[in-house]
Ligand binder design. Structure first.
Ligand SMILES: Cc1cc2nc3c(=O)[nH]c(=O)nc-3n(C[C@H](O)[C@H](O)[C@H](O)COP(=O)(O)O)c2cc1C
Length: 212
């Protein structure tokens, strides 16, 4: 078995974290870096990751998170906040960054830029937000794997009130909407009821369709 597969078997959506243990900054940084390296449609990275490790903020966010204890028992909370819309300014920022990084910027690149500005501009903001949300969830997936590789416990969460989280973190003013949150911490081995439960996954026979 590879380390990757054994780490994915080790990880689980932790229900009870040990509040006495804090995740070291270098581990948090590597998890966040893995998210930054995640792919996204057209490379636009249409979301922000907010790293919260302020106790007062975490207490407020726990209320918005339906009281889920991992939010305050973990030492850090990652908030995935998707763009509320694709705007020309946001698209231009990526295209300018690519020119700055790679040099050049020929006619084909400029045509590509204009086609994205046009295509996203023709869709309503809800469709664009949902598209951005899908990209943020790719980041969430990478974060879950990266945390497992660091032997850091985590819980992917959609069970929260996004409007309340947006209010606490002042996201609306930044054109962002929270779509997922993920506490980072360490499992409370004595008190987590889920720890001793076997992982439930469909067999590969029923999960995978092979076309040969
Ligand atoms: C998008 C998403 C949202 C989830 N929301 C919550 C949540 O709000 N609270 C929670 O305790 N677990 C949540 N989970 C955890 C899932 O229930 C869990 O990942 C699933 O049952 C598989 O178990 P495992 O992660 O332990 O292998 C969520 C998982 C995902 C992927």
């Amino acid at each position: 078995m590879t380390d990757l597969i054994s780490n994915l078997q080790w990880r689980y959506a932790t229900k009870k974290m040990n509040p006495a243990k804090s995740v070291p900054a270098d581990k948090v940084a590597r998890i966040v870096e893995a998210i930054r390296l995640a792919p996204s449609a057209n490379g636009l990275q249409p979301y922000q990751v907010i790293v919260v490790n302020n106790k007062t903020m975490l207490e407020k966010l726990k209320v918005a998170g339906k009281g889920q204890s991992q939010i305050t028992d973990g030492s850090h909370l990652l908030v995935f906040a998707a763009w509320d819309n694709y705007t020309p300014a946001r698209i231009n920022h990526f295209f300018d960054l690519a020119i700055e990084t790679r040099g050049g910027g020929d006619e084909a690149w400029e045509n590509y830029r204009q086609s994205l500005i046009k295509n996203f501009g023709q869709r309503d903001s809800q469709a664009n937000f949902e598209h951005a949300t899908r990209q943020a969830f790719l980041g969430l997936g990478v974060a879950l794997v990266a945390a497992a590789e660091e032997k850091v416990d985590s819980t992917p969460m959609e069970g929260f009130d996004p409007e309340a989280v947006d209010e606490i973190l002042n996201l609306k003013a930044k054109g962002l909407k929270s779509v997922a949150i993920m506490p980072l911490g360490y499992r409370d081995e004595a008190n987590d009821w889920l720890l001793k439960q076997a992982k439930v996954r469909r067999s590969s026979d029923t999960f995978v369709i092979n076309v040969e």
